[in-house]
Design a binder for this molecule. Structure first.
Ligand SMILES: [Zn+2]
Length: 490
């Protein structure tokens, strides 16, 4: 083992993209993924791809240079920085095109890593391609977060109870990690759930305003409810929202407009029984608050500052209101729509807070690539919205790390800064417990000693023991975007 009390001289600076035999992160303040307060300073020793030792330091001895420090082949100085478990994005889509136009995969992967995301749960993509990416990522052949593949499953692909069971077995044979369920009738969902339990596949359910509601998730023991619709839908006293007679679910403007008037119709008492039901059956909730934000504040969504340098032209085109693209429904969006959506968020957020208080597991995902949300940036925005919902930032970090690991079934090796755990860590310029915005790759402006200083951002994203210099990845992304724009204007 390379770790000992060897002379400092043998230690070299960490090299981006290269796993050393050992790496020490020095003088870090640690925020664990367990919902516990920050502690430090500490030296964290990584051997290979595991967290090997965490040595808490006496700050006085550190200042005097007399502290006994563990040695390693390479090091990262984290003085003044915070170290967290790598962020997990529990609602991601691996996308290599938008609206049929190719978009480089590297663009997405580097944005994720630059934002401190070391793991994604893919909930709908080209399954075979994403399984291949999972393998290349696991082998360290590509700069990418860890990938968990949840294959899409809906009425469109499965029409009978028999084919539902057969499809689950096929997906298991393909090697997926779970199933992303959406748009299914109750009989299909029940058969799918039974079979998935039998073969050991987890289930993420986008429960829309359909035949099924959160009650079905409680009944079959879904792993996580994605988004939210099925939760208030399960708490309607009359079982159906008060839609106007002209409403058509297949019309996206109708669907998003009246979704903004759904939470207000949920009966508060019935809602609590739904939340309790979810808690009792271990149904987690990944609300993806960020992906609906354009509905409550369209101008904010359309003018995010990072679009200037980091919005790929393919994505820019995809976000433009166009009835052909899913989620691009903002033609004729009104102040009345926004007012309803703001109220919708208030009730939604208080339900989420209540769910957490009752012991529910809340996860974090961003659903980026749709509705003005950019990969990585969307996840940080999601964290801010969890804070807005009333959660202490310590809990918010837990949602994105320890809780998400639990949703993946990986809580014994992911989502913590803990000896024996996989070395997925981020080194952050600043204190995210004070300001979650320091996690944005583009950083923050602060007044330090009376001077304006540009700081923040993740400095190092360490995935599976491989350190990545996050600002360098972000610079790569900027160049990808610059070239794509130049090629387009040619
Ligand atoms: Zn999604």
């Amino acid at each position: 083992m390379a770790v000992g009390l060897a002379a400092e001289a043998q230690t070299t600076a960490a090299v981006s993209g290269k796993r050393a035999a050992s790496l020490v992160i020095r003088n870090a303040i640690i925020v664990d993924g367990a919902g516990t307060p920050a502690q430090g300073p500490a030296d964290i020793v990584i051997t290979g791809n595991r967290i090997d030792r965490i040595v808490f330091l006496d700050p006085v001895a550190v200042a005097e240079g007399t502290a006994r420090r563990p040695a390693a082949d390479t090091e990262i100085d984290a003085t003044g920085k915070y170290v967290l478990p790598g962020l997990i994005n529990a609602h991601a889509h691996v996308q290599e095109e938008r609206g049929g136009i190719p978009q480089p995969l590297d663009y997405t992967l580097k944005l994720w890593l630059a934002s401190g995301i070391t793991t994604i749960r893919d909930v709908g993509s080209d399954t075979q391609k994403t399984l291949a990416l999972r393998g290349r990522s696991a082998n360290g052949e590509v700069a990418s977060p860890r990938v968990y593949v949840y294959a899409q499953f809906s009425n469109a692909s499965v029409r009978s109870v028999e084919t539902a069971r057969q499809r689950v077995r096929e997906l298991k044979t393909m090697g997926v990690d779970g199933i992303k369920l959406s748009g299914t009738d109750r009989d299909i969902m029940t058969a799918m759930g039974e079979e998935a339990r039998k073969v050991g596949l987890r289930i993420a359910h986008h429960v829309g305003v359909e035949e099924t509601t959160a009650w079905d998730d409680i009944r079959i023991g879904t792993t996580s409810i994605e988004h939210w619709y099925g939760v208030p839908d399960a708490a309607l006293l009359d079982g159906v929202q008060g839609f106007p007679s002209s409403y058509n679910y297949n019309n996206e403007v109708d669907r998003f407009r009246y979704a903004g008037r759904l939470w207000r119709e949920a009966d508060p008492a019935k809602l609590l029984t739904v939340l309790d039901g979810m808690v009792s059956k271990n149904v987690a909730w990944v609300p993806t608050l960020d992906i609906y934000e354009a509905s409550r504040d369209l101008q904010r969504a359309q003018t995010q500052p990072w679009f200037r340098d980091y919005l790929h032209p393919t994505l820019e085109e995809f976000f433009r209101p166009n009835p052909r693209n899913h989620g691009s429904y903002f033609l004729g969006w009104t102040s009345t729509d926004e007012a309803f959506w703001k109220e919708n968020y208030r009730i939604w957020m208080s339900a989420l807070r209540e769910f957490g208080r009752r012991g529910g597991v809340i996860g974090v995902g961003d659903d980026a690539g749709f509705i003005y949300q950019l990969y990585g940036f969307g996840l940080v925005r999601e964290l801010e919205l969890h804070q807005e919902a009333g959660f202490n930032t310590i809990k918010v970090i837990q949602h994105a790390t320890g809780n998400n690991a639990r949703i993946l079934g990986e809580e014994s090796r992911l989502g913590r800064v803990k000896v024996g755990y996989l070395a997925d860590l981020i080194v952050v310029n600043g204190n995210p417990l004070e300001n979650l915005k320091v996690l944005y790759p583009t950083g923050v402006d602060q007044i330090i000693d009376g001077k304006e200083v540009h700081t923040g951002g993740v400095q190092w994203t360490i995935k599976d023991g491989i350190p990545y210099n996050a600002p360098a990845l972000l610079a790569d992304v900027k160049e990808i975007v610059r070239q794509a724009r130049a090629a387009k204007s040619r």
